[in-house]
Each structure stands twice: as C-alpha cells, then as structure tokens.
Write a protein that binds this ligand. Structure first.
Ligand code: HEM
Length: 410
C-alpha cells in the first residue's frame, strides 16, 4: 500500500480520522478541510487522501473510472470491508452496479414511498405518544426517538419484520461500526462475526417465507423485481436485503441526531419554522446540509496515478471524499457555519453524488421530515435540557453519531 515517499510533505497531516479527539473537534477540522487542497493522512496500511472542498469531493464521486468503490480485499483492507465479505452495492462499480441498482429502484419509486408515508407517520406518532406518556419532563431525543425512526420506517413499515427479527437486525447494526476499526491482519471482533451469522440466518429465513407468501413489503418487491429477463439471484437478494438495511440504519440514525441537534441548538431558527411551517422543507434541507452526521462515505481507491485539486494521487491510494466538509465550503454555501433555515441550500452532498448517489435519499428525507415536523408540532416547547449541550460523537470511522440528546418536553 502507498507510503508518503515522493509526496508533497507540506500536505501531510498527521491525524487519526477515527479517533475520539478528532470526532470531538470535527467541526473545526471539517470547516478547514472545506477550504483546503486535498491532503494526505498517514494511516495504518497506507497513505490516504482526504478531499474536503466541494469541487474536489464531487470530482471523486463522479469519476468512477479514476476512483473506484471496489476496494481490494485482504490484509490492510479489513477495515474497509464493513460487512465482512458481503458484496455491498456501494462497493460495486460499472455494469454490475448499474444492473443491481436498476433492479432495486422500483422499491424506492414514488408509489412505494407514498404507500409508506402514512404508515411512517403512524409509527412516529406512536413514538411521540410514548414520550408524552413517560413520567417527568425529560426525554432522550436520540434513544427515545431519533434512533428509532428508521427502525420504524424501514424494519417495520418497509420490511414488515416482527419484534424478534428487528432485535436481531439491531444487534448486528449496533456492533457493525467496530469492523471499521480493525487493524491489518487482525480478525473481525467475535461479537461482529456472531451477530452477522445470526442476522444471516434470519434474512435467509425471511426470504424463504416471503417467497412462499409474498406481501407488499420491500423484500417481496426485491424477490419479484424484474428487468426484462433479468432478476436478482438468491445470493444478490440476500446481499441487497442485508446491506440496504445496513446503509439505511446507520445513515439515517446518525443524520437524525445531527439534524435534531442542529435545529434545537438554534432556537431562533426553530422559532422561524414554528411560525412559518411552510418553510419546513427548506429547513430540513438546511438541517441535512449542516448536520448530515457523516464526514465520509465509503472510501474510493485510485485506479491510476492522477491529481485532484492540485494534489498528486498515486495509484492504489485510498481517497476519501467528505460530503460534510463539502457542505461547509464557503465558495458554494456563503457563511457556511451559519445555520439558516431560510438558506434553501442547493446541491448538498449529504447523499453523495454520481452513480452511487444514495438510493434511499427520498425515503431518508421523507422519514426525517415527518419525524422533525411531528416532534415540533406535538411538543412546541421542546428544547435541549442544557442549552450549551455538547454531544459526544461515536459510530464508525467517518460517522459523527450522537449517542444522547437530552431534551425537555414542555
Ligand atoms: C438521511 C439518511 C441518509 C443519508 C444521509 C445517506 C447517505 C448516503 C450516502 C452519502 C451514500 C453514498 C455512499 C458513497 O458514495 O460511497 C449513500 C448510499 C446508499 N444509501 Fe444512503 N443515506 C441515507 C438513507 C438511506 C436509506 C433510508 C436507505 C435505504 C432504505 C439508504 C440506502 C443506501 C444504499 C443502498 C446506498 C448505496 C448506493 C449505491 O452504491 O449505488 N440510505 N447513502
């Protein structure tokens, strides 16, 4: 893997991209990245390149010829194989990627989303009832709400899993971030391997059941998905069910935390949305710009010696575009650290760009819009328990996942 010999030494930044110290100061770093040329980070296994300016990140997202999502497997690359060997759509390129995406898309069509909207609203209202019913005035907007939204929207409304099946999926989702911290040559933590096996058995059983008795759920849709004579093989069906859910659970949970924190830590902006509810779609877009919760997407690997934004990149280097830094680029978003629900930001990179643009972007945005609008309507005086609250960020390398968000209801 690539070292630092022959590189512009002034562009080497010694920083632990997944470390707690980095995460706690992430906003300072991200705002700097948004204005810096791509730079090198010596990492376990080889030098990585971080692209934070909007144009640089976008260039990497769009050019799958030079920047492939198909990372090598094996020693030194264990930490990038988040799903421990399962073929992930986000790490497949070219014709194979386009084919699977085409087969997946009907499950994310407007009519599929319209069918889900009412069910998601009901589930969200049920969660708010439970918060209302809790003794005392305090609640945890992450544990009691944000982290549950996609569980309801996806596992319940979209996949129609029962409680035991949901628990298996969530257990897997809980330990998954650990795989992104595995060092070269180390095995995956036992707890991840065990959770994967349990989830694998469960998904296999569900596919079998739905094949025998198809319903109007996502898995049944995938089973019957056809493009001319083409359809998903059993292996692909398993991989997609598994990894689409993984992508949805981690991304939506961390985004819900980032979005709620952005909004509730700016009470003046929250008041604007309460007084002018028509601004909500614009406000949600600003929440997504400001608090996407992910500072990296899946990494890319350079397929040739090349250059981005004035920085040399050698074949084989890991390249990390940062959507969250790009969303703070002052050349694209004026005064980017100002949270402004009237901003109406265009072309945010929260859902990536190019061929790997998030397939669930409309579903994720719909679930977040329902969740935030209903929370504000139901508890118009809801606020952070401590107005100066500073979140502790956890999650995988690349994620800023808020664990707790203590709030008051009234
Ligand atoms: C607010 C919530 C969400 C955010 C911020 C988000 C973000 C992203 C980003 C940035 C990517 C691009 C990854 C890359 O280029 O390496 C992506 C891809 C993906 N997302 Fe999401 N996502 C969200 C919700 C969802 C949901 C709800 C689903 C499914 C139900 C989903 C499924 C996927 C899949 C399958 C991919 C891979 C697409 C491909 O490679 O073609 N995401 N997401």
């Amino acid at each position: 893997m690539a070292g630092t010999t022959g590189l512009d030494q002034s562009k080497i930044v010694d920083i632990d991209l997944g470390g707690a110290a980095f995460k706690q100061n992430a906003w300072t770093h991200l705002a700097q990245w948004a204005q810096s040329e791509p730079f090198y980070v010596p990492a376990e296994g080889g030098t990585e390149v971080v692209c934070g300016r909007y144009g640089d990140a976008q260039e990497v997202f769009l050019d799958t010829e030079r920047f492939s999502s198909e990372l090598p497997k094996g020693r030194g690359f264990e930490k990038f194989d988040k799903y421990m060997g399962i073929q992930v759509l986000a790490q497949t390129d070219g014709a194979a990627h386009a084919r699977i995406r085409k087969l997946l898309m009907p499950a994310f069509s407007s009519s599929s989303l319209t069918r889900l909207e009412g069910r998601i609203t009901e589930l969200v209202d049920g969660m708010l009832d439970a918060i209302e019913g809790r003794a005392g005035d305090s609640f945890d907007a992450m544990r009691d709400y944000g982290a549950k939204i996609i569980v309801g929207a996806l596992l319940d409304a979209m996949l129609r899993l029962d409680e035991a099946q949901k628990a298996v999926f969530l257990e897997f989702h809980e330990v998954l971030p650990l795989t992104t911290y595995v060092k070269a040559g180390e095995p995956y933590p036992e707890v991840c391997v065990a959770a994967l096996e349990k989830a694998r058995d469960m998904v296999d059983r569900i596919i079998e059941e739905r094949r025998a008795r198809p319903g109007d759920d996502f898995i049944s849709q995938l089973i019957s998905a056809r493009d001319a004579d083409d359809k998903l093989s059993d292996e692909e069906l398993f991989n997609q069910t598994f990894t689409v859910c993984g992508a949805a659970l981690s991304a939506t949970t961390r985004s819900m935390g980032g979005m709620m924190f952005a909004l509730f830590s700016h009470p003046d902006q929250l008041d604007i949305l309460k007084n002018e509810p028509d601004l909500m779609p614009m406000g949600i877009e600003e929440c997504l710009r400001f608090g996407s919760g992910g500072y990296f997407t899946f990494p890319r690997v350079a397929t040739c010696d090349t250059e981005v934004g004035g920085t040399k990149i050698m074949k084989g280097m890991i390249v990390r575009p940062s959507p969250q830094a790009a969303n703070l680029d002052p050349k694209v978003f004026a005064d980017p650290l100002r949270f402004d629900v009237r901003r109406n930001p265009k072309r945010i990179l929260t859902f990536g760009a190019g061929p790997h643009l998030c397939v669930g972007n409309r579903l994720g945005k719909m679930a977040a819009t329902i969740a935030i609008s209903r929370l504000v309507q139901r508890f118009p005086h809801a606020r952070l328990a401590d107005p100066a609250f500073k979140p502790q960020y956890g999650g995988a390398v690349g994620e800023l996942r808020i664990g707790e968000l203590p709030m008051l209801k009234h």
